[in-house]
Each structure stands twice: as structure tokens, then as C-alpha cells.
Design a protein around this ligand. Structure first.
Ligand code: KIV
Ligand code: ZN
Length: 562
């Protein structure tokens, strides 16, 4: 039993912002993105990436379209220092990409960090110190003024060292770490002092990054904090206001979205939400959320599976099968009603028209994902899924009532096996149920003839393994065959008949005919379908009739046995 939480936790105080504007705002363009996969993401791994994996991920991030990439914490490890050097000396950084590195606001670490960037064309130096009360009081034992001095003196040092390396275009980023737990007036004071110390102007903006280092509130509170800062920061036109949400409460994506509505310009995060503890905000979800609102995210996830496999291989962490947009199961419907709606949605979705397929917030094809997995069948599934798989994998479009009839057969199998039933399983079951000749009643041959204006048929069958020749007449080949079968006690009424041509996926490659005959029989409740496939349409029809007869025979045998 959980203890009474009130004794241990308390709600975070709301922000006094009576005239908040963000709830009325909409996001109408993509933010500036900064990938921290190689820094915050890397710091959180059991085993940090080696240089080869980091380089692979760096190239992948560039290919996706990230223009700012935090590549390392160079003063924290020789590996990270060397990686930055390798990027610069190996000329791996595309002209339109700026690398960023993180450093604590401490002199020797800043010096080492600036050293790592020697020779870079353009670089963002990301300085941080923690500003919240618990950090000031318990971790560092510092007054507010000492925390401000730490930030300001660090910025001055970066400025001085930057001036000594004039070939590089320098950008400063400052993060008041633990911003969301910091008193707003104090966060503002630190940030304003940093802006002034850097000498930020509209042509030389400073990035002020306001992290939810640990997510402690509902995302609307973060939005209030961002809007408050956005409205109070001095020299706002000289600032790029940046968000850095973590996902401790599972609401990082919402926090980022509301933060953008509240006035932020930029978002830092990781692909698929990698990062410390529960992760950094997932930039893929954020970008594709924009995409599905009709806004170009300026990031390319048109082959999302390739990105996912690269990230998994570099981080050695699996992506959850239900992860938004990318998980293996997120475009898969098992439930019958969902499958039915998806199938109907696909059938009316026109190329070039607004996307409106039920249950699919995005066209999987936009992410390079196939439709193959959209409908899968288990014991929860209905006729829609079964029909979809037969249609897509085997080119057979079942009549609607046959869909219902056959889905019952599939359900019985799914219940027996207790798991998913594959398209191959379904095809095998369909063949066994409808197509396979049985010793009890098998087609051998037929000839048609005309007799006094009627259609005649001579039907060669194997009945219980013995050859039989039957003759019948009727108003067409099927009617004639129905009459012929009466000679061996099979008395069927044909309820409906359809034939369709099927593609080359069935029966060895040649297009052929598929006939569906729906019959009823005295003494057997309900109607039954029979299905026949043959390159000759009459043969397909007779096979379908025999298939129906076998099914009715099985039904009546079962009824007698009961
Ligand atoms: O989460 C955080 O606060 C950070 C800072 C260093 C920006 O990663
Ligand atoms: Zn972080």
C-alpha cells in the first residue's frame, strides 16, 4: 500500500500569470532543433558510444537534417575530447551544421572545452550551472549572488577565449540547470546577466536554454514558466529561447509543444527519447506531430526504420514496439472493428487528398513503412483483417458473406494457437477449407454439351475414392452440375454465384478465375460457400460447387453425429 502522499509530496506552486497567452496560440512552424543524442543521450547509456558509433550517429543526424548537434562533453572525458577533435580535423562537419559542446561553469573545464573546439568553423559553447534552491543550498552551499557570479564569470571567460580564436564563429548557450525548480525571478536575473555579459545583440544572439532537468510539473506549468520568461527577459530580440524537456512524468512531448506555444524558438532532445532516466524529449515524435498537423518539420524521417535501426545499434537500446510513429506495432490493428474501419478508409482514400484513414494518424508510407503489418490477425480480429490479408497477399477479394463465414474458421484457429495468425497460415486454412479436393468428393473432369436448348454436362468425379460419371442439364453449367449431383444424393440450391479473376500470387503464377458459390441444402442450417480456382472459368465454377457440397456434407455429418 502506498503511503499517504500528502505527507511526503506537495504540488508544485502555480505560476502567477493571469493573462497567459499560450493556450490561444498554435504552433505554425518548426522550431530550431538541437540534437543532444551524442551528449545527453550518450551520457545516459550503460556503455557510452565509442568513437565509431558516435561518428555513425553523427552522420545519421546530419542526414536527417539537424543543423545543430551537441556532440560531446569534452572536458568530461578524453573520448569526448578526442571525438570533437576528430570531427574537426577529419572535416566531418557539413558546412550547414554547427557542433555544440557542453561545459560546466568552471574555469578549467571551460578552458579545456574551448581547446577542443580549436579550428571549428562555427561552434556553440553550452555553459550551465544549477540555479534551484536545493542545489544552491545543499549541493553547492552558494548564495544567489554567488550562483550569478559563477554564470557571469564563466560567460566572460568564454567570451575572452573566443576572442582569442577569431577564426571560429562562436555562439554562446547558457542553461540555468534545474530551471523548472528555480524561482522565476531568480532564473530571470541569472539569464539577463548572462545576456549582458555575452553582449548579445540581434545579430549575435545568445541561446538561453530553460531545461526541465527533472520534470516536476504538469506541462502547462512549464508553458507558464516559459511564457513568463519570454515576456520578462531583457533583450528578447537578442535571445534564442530554447527548451530542454526531460520526461520524468512522461509529458516531455507535451511540455515541448506547450513551451513552443508559449514563445520558445528552439528545442533540444534526442531521437526516440533517449536520455537520462526517462529520457530527453523525443524529437521524432515532436517532428512528426508537426508533420501530421500539416507543418514541415524540416527533418527527414521518410525512412524511419533505417533511423531506428541506426539508433538502436549505436545506443544498444531497443525501441519499444509501441513507441509513437516508429514502434513495430504502431501501425498494426488486431481488433476486428479497427481493421474493418482501416480497410474502408483505405478503399476511399484518394492519392493527393487529405489523409483520413481511421486509426492511422499518419500514412505509414510517408515514413517508408509498408502496409504489410497494418492488419494482423489474432483471436481479437474480425473479418476485415482476414479479408485484407487474403486480398493483399493472395489477390483474392472475398464476397462479404464469405468474409464472415471464413473469419469464423480463422478465429477458431487463432483461439487454438492462442497467438497471431500469419497471412500464410490464413491462406493454408483457406485452401484446406475451400479448395482442397477430398476423397469423399473430388473433381476429375467435365464436358459440356447442348441438348434441346438446355445446357448439358457430363461430370467425372471421385466419390469416396470411386470414379463416378454423372449427367445433368440446366440453364447453365452450374445449374446442370447441380442437377447432375442429385444422382448421388447431393441436393443443393444455389443462393449466389460470383467469379473474379485473381492475380499471379496464387496457383503458380498465371492469372486465373476464382468462383464463389453460395449454397443451401435441406437439413443443413444456414448457407455455405464453396470456392474453386482454375484457369478455366467453368471448371472453377464446378470446383466451387463441389467445394460447397463438401462443406455442406461436413456440416450435415456433424449434425447427424451430434
Ligand atoms: O537536463 C539538463 O538540465 C541538462 C543541462 C546540462 C542543460 O542537460
Ligand atoms: Zn538534459
Amino acid at each position: 500500500m502506498l503511503q499517504q502522499p500528502a505527507a511526503k509530496y506537495h504540488a508544485f506552486p502555480p505560476v502567477r500569470l493571469a493573462d497567459r497567452q499560450w493556450p490561444n496560440n498554435v504552433i505554425c512552424r518548426a522550431p530550431m532543433w538541437m540534437s543532444t543524442d551524442l551528449r545527453d543521450g550518450n551520457q545516459s547509456l550503460f556503455e557510452p558510444m565509442d568513437a565509431t558509433r558516435k561518428m555513425r550517429l553523427f552522420h545519421s543526424l546530419c542526414a536527417i537534417g539537424f543543423k545543430e548537434i551537441e556532440v560531446a562533453f569534452p572536458s568530461a572525458s578524453q573520448t569526448d575530447f578526442d571525438f570533437v577533435r576528430g570531427l574537426i580535423e577529419g572535416r566531418h562537419i557539413p558546412d550547414d551544421v554547427t557542433i555544440e559542446v557542453l561545459t560546466q561553469a568552471r574555469e578549467h573545464l571551460i578552458r579545456r572545452t574551448m581547446e577542443s573546439l580549436r579550428g571549428a568553423r562555427r561552434a556553440i559553447v553550452h555553459v550551465y550551472n544549477a540555479t534551484s534552491k536545493p542545489f544552491r543550498e545543499f549541493v553547492f552551499g552558494m548564495s544567489r549572488q554567488e550562483v550569478i557570479d559563477m554564470a557571469v564569470s564563466s560567460v566572460r571567460l568564454v567570451r575572452e577565449l573566443a576572442e582569442a580564436q577569431p577564426d571560429t564563429e562562436w555562439v554562446l548557450e547558457y542553461s540555468p540547470e534545474t530551471f523548472t525548480a528555480t524561482e522565476l525571478d531568480f532564473a530571470l536575473e541569472v539569464c539577463d546577466q548572462v545576456t549582458a555579459a555575452w553582449g548579445a545583440t540581434p545579430d549575435n544572439k545568445v541561446i538561453l536554454n530553460l531545461p526541465t532537468t527533472v520534470e516536476v510539473t504538469t506541462p502547462n506549468v512549464y508553458a507558464d514558466q516559459i511564457e513568463w520568461m519570454h515576456r520578462h527577459l531583457a533583450r528578447r530580440d537578442s535571445i534564442i529561447l530554447s527548451l530542454h524537456p526531460h520526461n520524468d512524468r512522461g509529458t516531455a512531448v507535451a511540455a515541448a509543444e506547450l513551451g513552443l506555444m508559449a514563445g520558445a524558438d528552439r528545442v533540444e532532445g534526442c531521437l526516440f527519447g533517449n536520455g537520462e532516466r526517462t529520457g530527453n524529449v523525443d524529437l521524432v515524435t515532436l517532428a512528426l506531430n508537426l508533420y501530421t498537423q500539416g507543418i514541415s518539420p524540416n527533418l527527414d524521417f521518410s525512412d524511419i526504420n533505417a533511423v531506428a535501426r541506426t539508433v538502436e545499434s549505436c545506443t544498444q537500446l531497443p525501441i519499444h514496439p509501441r513507441h509513437p510513429y516508429v514502434g513495430d506495432l504502431v501501425f498494426t490493428a488486431f481488433s476486428g472493428s479497427h481493421q474493418d474501419a482501416i480497410r474502408k478508409g483505405f478503399s476511399v482514400q484518394q492519392p493527393g487528398s487529405l489523409w483520413s484513414v481511421p486509426y492511422l494518424p499518419i500514412d505509414p508510407a510517408d515514413l517508408g513503412r509498408s502496409y504489410d503489418s497494418v492488419i494482423r490477425v489474432n483471436s481479437q480480429s474480425g473479418k476485415g483483417g482476414v479479408a485484407w490479408l487474403l486480398e493483399n497477399e493472395y489477390g483474392i477479394v472475398l464476397p462479404r458473406r464469405l468474409q464472415v463465414e471464413f473469419s469464423g474458421v480463422v478465429q477458431a484457429l487463432a483461439d487454438r494457437v492462442g497467438g497471431e495468425v500469419s497471412a500464410d497460415d490464413i491462406w493454408q486454412l483457406f485452401s484446406e477449407t475451400y479448395l482442397a479436393d477430398a476423397a469423399a468428393l473430388a473433381y476429375v473432369e467435365h464436358q459440356l454439351f447442348d441438348h434441346a436448348g438446355a445446357q448439358g454436362i457430363r461430370l467425372g468425379l471421385a466419390v469416396d475414392g470411386k470414379a463416378q460419371r454423372l449427367t445433368g442439364e440446366g440453364n447453365g453449367p452450374i445449374d446442370a452440375a447441380v442437377h447432375a449431383l442429385r444422382a448421388i444424393g447431393i441436393d443443393l440450391q444455389v443462393r449466389s454465384y460470383e467469379e473474379r479473376s485473381i492475380g499471379s500470387s496464387v496457383e503458380g503464377g498465371n492469372a486465373c478465375a476464382c468462383a464463389f458459390v453460395e449454397v443451401s441444402a435441406r437439413g443443413v442450417s444456414g448457407d455455405r460457400y464453396g470456392v474453386g480456382i482454375d484457369s478455366n472459368i467453368v471448371t472453377a465454377s464446378i470446383r466451387a460447387l463441389l467445394s460447397a457440397a463438401r462443406r455442406v456434407g461436413r456440416q450435415s455429418a456433424a449434425a447427424q453425429a451430434a
